[in-house]
Ligand binder design. Sequence first.
Ligand code: NAD
Ligand code: MG
Length: 405
Amino acid sequence: MISVSEAIRQISVLGATGSIGCSTLDVIGRHPDRFSVYALSANNRVDALVEQCRVYQPAYAVIADEDYADNLSDKLAAASPNTTLLTGPSGLEQIASDPNVDVVMAAIVGAAGLDSTMAAVHAGKTVLLANKEALVMAGALFMQAVEISGATVLPIDSEHNAIFQCLPEVVQNGGKIGSHGIRKIILTASGGPFRDWSLADMRSVTPEQACAHPNWSMGRKISVDSATLMNKGLELIEACRLFTVGPEQIEIVIHPQSVVHSMVDYDDGSVLAQMGNPDMRTPIAYGLAWPQRIDSGVTALDLVTTGALEFEAPDIQRFPSLRLARSAAEAGGGASAVLNAANEEAVASFLRGDIPFTGIAELVESVLEAAPAAEPLTLNDVKEVDGLARDLAREFMIQKNCRWG
Ligand code: NAD
Ligand code: MG
């Protein structure tokens, strides 16, 4: 129970209409005594945003794609008359940094979430970080901004949330991981829908097959990333940044049941794991209430029904994205931003049906080899690297398409 004097926390949800956004609103809706929705954003899903505003009556609604503002305006006025409509990137940054906001859920997908996530960090908010791409792209700059502003970043990605839960309290509260007897971090991966497939079979995978994840229900981009295992590669880089460890301290293990969400291996031989049913409402509830715990709506884990928990080494021949991400993490500088941008372009092309599934890693590798990757010193440098990598990805796509046919 929270005390009556404890103020209700005001929340902005960036990317409210997505998979993480909807799960966040589900958890918030269970605790009207703790949380209030201050602002919601969507890219272009007008009707979904209007319905959310009807239910939560936020102070602000943001439609990122300005072309949809007219369509939204009348519907919003009818559904939630006291909600102010904002548009575009400036609207997103406004709701991320508004002085009335306590907590920002950063759940826009991809590089599109960079500026608003950074705005929340600069404003010193409690940032619930789902938008891993922002951290992968901006890396050191992101973490420097956290130190300067005093923002609290709580990882929502289930693996990083699990690792966070397995860390000593002093590290959770900002202490460095170095002197706490931690040997390594073990990042688990389900292996995705093609865990047992041969490379030859993976060539003809369709977007629908790639988006049908065996354990998790997610947006399309992260579903494809999970199928190539690039998601685990991005998560390796994310973990290096969040927990200030080198890539050599992180082991990736395939765990098809997605029950152990990740582990921390200590010097004394103890391995702490966080387990639960695969449902993002658990890490979201943990982030919203930390350091307390609240009901998330997730059913209790039944280990007897689950039965065996299996673990195996990943196969980097069939899943080259893991090798590419690890080498980008080792290279440092702007390599992670290049990796992320090339991957976003490649995944979008695959989802449009323009390149084969196995072409995603091939394209990312070519771009990584060709792009200069000096350390970006400003956010503009990050965007420049991002743009350059996307240009290269598009050029390679034209060249390779002749061969992919
Ligand atoms: P999604 O595609 O379901 O939703 C994305 C949200 O971002 C939507 O609200 C959409 O309107 C908004 N958006 C998209 N493009 C935008 C743009 N250009 N400008 C502004 N807003 C835009 O994605 P998701 O699965 O909810 O994932 C969101 C983030 O969370 C991703 O970074 C993903 O890697 C991360 N994540 C997701 C899961 C999951 O289970 N879905 C788990 C871990 C991490
Ligand atoms: Mg994850």
